[in-house]
Design a protein around this ligand. Sequence first.
Ligand SMILES: [Zn+2]
Ligand SMILES: [Zn+2]
Length: 231
Amino acid sequence: MGPRLRPLGQCALCRSWDTQAVCNSCVTRFAPARPRCRRCGLRTGTTVPLCGACLADPPPFDACSVGCDYDFPWDRLIADFKFHGRVELAAPLALLLLDAVRRDAGALPPWVLPVPLAPQRLAERGYNQAWELARRVARELGCQADARLLDRPLAGAHQAELSLPQRLKNLRGAFVPNPSRRVSLHGRHVAVVDDVMTSGATLREAAAALRRAGASRVDVWVLARTPAPAG
Ligand SMILES: [Zn+2]
Ligand SMILES: [Zn+2]
């Protein structure tokens, strides 16, 4: 995507004056392309296509594109975007994700959807940060974005303090394909977008629900991936 006609403002990271909310030099500096597992997006350190975990036990999604590590300075920007109402950060953050999807150069899906928020969370926040990313990336790629393919009818418990098995158990049945839209999913390739992927439990459950609804291929596009703990 080329530069757009935008008023000059300050880069959210380095405060230099720029037409973009995060300047190109900060993107280059803080979000370099890194070798990652094609399937789960974890950094591999080498150019092997798949990590050991995915070889042993593949997740229910087929491929993963990652904009950046969930690390300095993106963690702060994403927190502002997600928790402090700074929805204007969606545009530069979506660009980061768009670059990653283009770099991975996979086949583009006809449908792009966000990980849905539970209704209560959506009401509190006023927007779904995943949708703000998904619709922008889809527009640039010429895919259709649809927030209603997958519903999340119940309020989920906070996931942060749970182990991966507990998270998966907690999420079971959380995502329900919209009955009126099943025909859009059947036999189709879809991409599901989220802002941050840590354990992957949420995206696993969302992908599994899409598979059960008949999706033939599920890619995940995440703005930021939490790096594996060292050691
Ligand atoms: Zn900058
Ligand atoms: Zn992997």
